[in-house]
Ligand binder design. Structure first.
Ligand SMILES: *Cc1c(COP(=O)(O)O)cnc(C)c1O
Length: 243
């Protein structure tokens, strides 16, 4: 199979999984957006999916993201691509994120939120932001507690350079669908609590290659899919390094 045929087959397969999960959950298929997580894959893989209609891409590592954003802008100007930063953020490296991304899913503290708002260029639309919540406290260092999430959402909603969109989470991986659903339900509860105070909030970013069905069953509006679209990542990529 050519690379193009491969990419098309993978994209169609992921779209079908989303549609089937939506049907099972009695949800309309357009309630769930697909974010293609292109970390560790080259810009040509992004452009290949773009040619097949995919528009939203997610990146974890700052320098890699900036290189890819620049490459894609040069190769496909006015392409309608949106770039979502989904990795850990160092507070001294917020400026390029504010200047080059459309979304950030991984805001978990006030200092980062304030800097992103200050550094968002005046001519650009406010940066779309999700609060990253850690509902399995010991499993990961990123993300704030559910209690902190509500406070942080209030801070973000009041910042002029940001637009509060919702909540993101990366639950501890588990092969058991019932466990997956219980964790996603806990994220959903945080999302609902924030939405009661901030009715404009519309994004529940949860679900990846191995658990998107469970996430959609619990109300995900954006699944972040890497492996199922691009193939396995190199084992020794800097998975856990900060941006
Ligand atoms: C890598 C990554 C993904 C994609 O994971 P896959 O299992 O490859 O689909 C989604 N979200 C975040 C935050 C990631 O770091």
């Amino acid at each position: 199979m050519s690379e193009d045929t491969n990419a098309r087959a993978r994209l169609e397969s992921v779209r079908r999984r989303i549609e089937e999960a939506c049907a099972l959950a009695h949800r309309a298929p357009d309630e769930v957006q697909l974010l293609a997580v292109s970390k560790t894959f080259p810009a040509e893989d992004v452009l290949r999916l773009w040619a097949l209609g995919q528009r939203a891409f997610g990146e974890n590592y700052l320098q890699e993201a900036l290189d890819k954003i620049a490459h894609c802008a040069a190769a496909a100007p006015q392409a309608g691509l949106t770039w979502h930063f989904i990795g850990p953020i160092q507070s001294n490296k917020t400026r390029p994120i504010a200047e080059h991304c459309d979304w950030v899913h991984s805001v978990d503290r006030e200092r980062v939120a304030r800097r992103l708002s200050e550094q968002r260029p005046a001519g650009m639309a406010p940066l779309n932001v999700c609060v990253q919540v850690n509902i399995s406290a010991e499993a990961s260092k990123s993300g704030c507690s559910p209690q902190e999430a509500l406070l942080l959402a209030g801070t973000i909603a009041a910042l002029p350079g940001l637009r509060l969109r919702g909540v993101m989470a990366i639950p501890a991986p588990t092969p058991d669908p019932a466990d997956q659903r219980a964790q996603f339900a806990a994220v959903r509860a945080v999302f609902d609590a924030i939405r009661r105070v901030h009715p404009g909030v519309d994004t529940l970013s949860m679900g990846m290659s191995d658990d998107l069905e469970a996430a959609i069953a619990e109300g995900s509006t954006m699944v972040r899919v890497g492996t199922a679209l691009f193939g396995a990542r190199p084992r020794h990529s800097p998975q856990d390094g900060p941006a």
